[in-house]
Design a protein around this ligand. Structure first.
Ligand code: SF4
Length: 328
């Protein structure tokens, strides 16, 4: 089975044709994948391609990233912007949903484009970078909002910024007296681990405030080879690593897969934090797991793994009400 050990070099695979040429889809699937690509961004890094077992039609890594024509069918209840960012956006690039913290989305590009993404209508390689003036307005909003004690960088993926730009943003936010902690949400360490280089680590260290990095990963096999090295570089630099995952049919919807995932996180010094119920973005129904099943899966972890390694199973409330624990 592939383990991602060779560092994936080269440009990401961004078209149906590239996926077919890499052997990740069969020729008969190319037209369907191209139809999906006309609506939603595709990107599979060479590192992730190296993790995929193309001979396995149910490969849990491929399922997260390889487009499927089912994405073009919107099921009842699926909506754009399911987390309702827009009503909570005081200035472009900022989401202020909770009194004490706010999101900054400096760009909407990602190393990979997940087929279940809740922001799938807006993320992509071409859009969403805040202009200098927009970024300045967003940073000024943080400086002028004393209730905010945590700045959370998300997107898109903030680790797609150049280290110089990331450093400048973090240093500016870190210098705000009322901001006590900084958090960065990212898929880069497991999707494009070579980006976690000395300059990026220095950008985090230069923030002047505690930095938490929430690593998005959904399967134990994402913690392999260069990804482990990238996470070790972050942990060794004093960055606190948190794990966040999405409960996904066919990826991690069994007791064994979830236990393997949290154990892989622990070995990489990543503390399991949230397991998200799937947000109902358009075309993601094939990943849906009923809440009762999710609750049972998480409860099944108790007694098998350390208590602090049991993630909290949460769902975003419709209309932007924020995260709430899912109960039986
Ligand atoms: S990395 Fe995050 S924001 Fe980007 S496509 Fe995946 S889930 Fe969406």
């Amino acid at each position: 089975m592939p383990d991602g050990t060779p560092t994936g070099q080269g440009r990401p695979l961004r078209t149906a044709r590239a996926l077919r040429q890499a052997g990740l889809i069969v020729p008969e699937a190319e037209a369907g994948a191209a139809a999906v690509a006309a609506r939603y961004a595709i990107s599979v890094t060479r590192h992730v391609a190296g993790l995929i077992d193309a001979a396995d039609p149910a490969d849990p890594i491929a399922r997260q990233y390889i487009p499927d024509p089912a994405e073009l069918v919107t099921a009842p209840g699926e909506i754009e912007d399911p987390t309702a960012d827009q009503p909570f956006t005081p200035v472009k690039g900022v989401v202020h949903r909770y009194p004490d913290r706010a999101l900054l989305k400096p760009l909407l590009a990602c190393p990979v484009y997940c087929r279940f993404c809740f922001r799938r209508e807006v993320v992509g390689p071409d859009g969403g970078v805040l202009s200098e003036a927009e970024l300045e307005a967003a940073l000024a909003w943080f400086e002028g909002t004393p209730a905010v004690r945590e700045a959370v960088l998300t997107g898109g993926d903030p680790f797609m910024l150049s280290a110089r730009r990331l450093r400048a943003i973090l240093a500016r936010l870190g210098a705000v007296p009322h901001i006590e902690t900084l958090r960065v949400h990212t898929r880069v360490p497991v999707a494009d681990p070579g980006r976690v280089d000395a300059a990026l680590v220095e950008a985090l260290r230069g923030a002047g405030k505690p930095v938490f990095v929430a690593v998005h990963a959904n399967h134990a096999r994402e913690f392999a080879g260069p990804a482990l090295d990238a996470l070790a570089r972050l942990a060794d630099a004093g960055v606190v690593l948190l794990g966040q995952s999405v409960l996904l049919r066919g990826v991690n919807d069994s007791g064994g897969a979830l236990e393997d995932l949290v154990r892989a996180m622990l070995r990489a010094r990543v503390r399991p934090y949230y397991l998200h119920a799937l947000d109902p973005a358009p075309g993601v129904a094939r990943f849906s797991v009923p809440d009762a099943e999710g609750v049972a899966l998480v409860e099944g972890l108790r007694g098998k793994v350390p208590g602090f390694a049991v993630p909290v199973f949460v769902r975003e409330s419709p209309g932007g009400g924020g995260k709430k624990p899912v109960r039986a």
